[in-house]
Design a protein around this ligand. Structure first.
Ligand code: FES
Length: 374
């Protein structure tokens, strides 16, 4: 756990005040809480102060404490506990927080830190030469399933490789961080398996196990014929052993039958593979492709399209939102089958997303979906 202290006095400004817009926002935020509970606004107010000045100063902590009628120490505790709050000046374009907890470490976080050391500064919290970038190691950020990952301001970038992190850092340094989609950086839908769902693909049927075919042991098994026989019907028995003479034979037959019939776990992948057969590139339902335009649309803005899927779409000649927006049902099914998406194109409603993006870009997308595209 990193030691989190306020920055030295030499960099602390003497006073803090919200600007006009933020002051109005702070008043409105405080009013959201019931009388006597205004202290609940402490985190939003600290975050706003950080967004205004780039980091949380001592003066900001005191200002927020006064505003919420809280002891300074209580606000200081909050600011020093959460690593979302920066307690000293950080890079103006990006502060990279690399998760260094066990799952991320096991998946390559050390290599990500080496990238930060190489591209930004050898030591955490130190600015690069231009003052635009800085980095630090933080504890688990709750995205372990997509390890390794980093946080940059409010967004998480997951499933990283050193190469991908280099690209992301370069984009932020160039002031183009908003062009990088947060979330998984591979073909994965949130934390779903890479390449699409792998389980619960079929109706649930009774599962056969080897226990169904347990061979004769100390406790003699009951052959199916015996189990089905009415109780008052005497079985054929060996008079010496007083056990059903047919039992060993029937049990052996039972074992053989069970061995001949593959278990569900063996049969299922074959069935799934047969179902998931890729449609042919010559199929009439394959959407028509175009030559690569000078400036293709960023298809990754469509939820469900990552860098890998975008590459495949490009190979198919799909470069624009308008193309996706025009796909008919049969074409959507063809693409879904080609990507082995199992219905994800419909579920994510690529056509509706693409229509909004083709019509008015991010602004239209927000109007239609009430949130930014990924
Ligand atoms: S260990 Fe890195 S996000 Fe949890």
């Amino acid at each position: 756990m990193s030691v989190r202290r306020l920055a030295e006095d030499s960099v602390q400004p003497a006073v803090f005040a919200f600007n006009e817009e933020n002051a109005a926002w702070a008043e409105a935020t405080i009013r959201k809480y019931p009388e006597g509970r205004q202290q609940s606004a402490v985190i939003p107010l600290l975050m706003r102060a950080q967004e205004q000045d780039g980091w949380v100063t001592r003066a900001a902590i005191e200002h927020v404490a006064n505003k919420l009628d809280m002891p300074y120490i209580r606000v200081l505790e909050v600011a020093t506990f959460y690593t979302q709050f920066q307690l000293k000046p950080v890079g103006t374009r990006a502060h990279i927080q690399v998760c260094g907890t066990t799952p991320c470490m096991l998946r390559g976080a050390e290599d990500l830190m080496k990238v930060c050391q190489h591209k930004i500064h050898h030591d955490p919290f130190e600015l690069n030469a231009d003052g635009t970038l800085s980095w630090e190691e933080v504890e688990c950020q709750g995205a372990c399933v997509n390890a390794p990952m980093v946080i940059i301001f409010k967004d998480a970038y997951e499933d990283l490789t050193p190469e991908r992190l280099e690209e992301i850092i370069d984009a932020f340094e160039a002031g183009k961080g908003d062009q990088i989609k947060p979330g998984p950086q591979i073909d994965r839908y949130f934390s779903a398996p890479e390449g699409g769902p792998q389980t619960l693909l079929e109706d649930v049927k009774p599962v056969r196990t080897n226990l169904d075919a347990q061979p004769a042991t100390d406790a003699a098994p009951v052959p199916p014929a015996e189990a089905a026989r009415p109780k008052d019907t005497a079985p054929e028995t060996d008079p010496k052993l007083k056990t059903p003479a047919t039992a060993p034979k029937a049990a052996a037959a039972n074992v053989k039958a069970a061995e001949a019939q593959p278990l569900k776990s063996e049969a299922a992948p074959k069935a799934a593979a047969a179902k998931a057969e890729k449609p042919s590139l010559e199929d009439k339902n394959r959407p028509k492709g175009i030559d690569r335009p000078a400036e293709p649309d960023d298809l990754k803005m469509i939820s469900g399209v990552g860098p890998k899927i975008e590459g495949i779409l490009h190979e198919l000649g799909i470069y624009t939102f308008a193309q996706v927006a025009a796909w008919k049902k049969a074409e959507r099914e063809w693409v879904d089958g080609y990507l082995n998406f199992k219905g994800r194109i419909e579920r994510d409603d690529w056509v509706k997303q693409a229509k909004a993006l083709a019509k008015g870009g991010e602004a239209e997308y927000i109007k239609v979906f009430g949130k930014k595209p990924r």
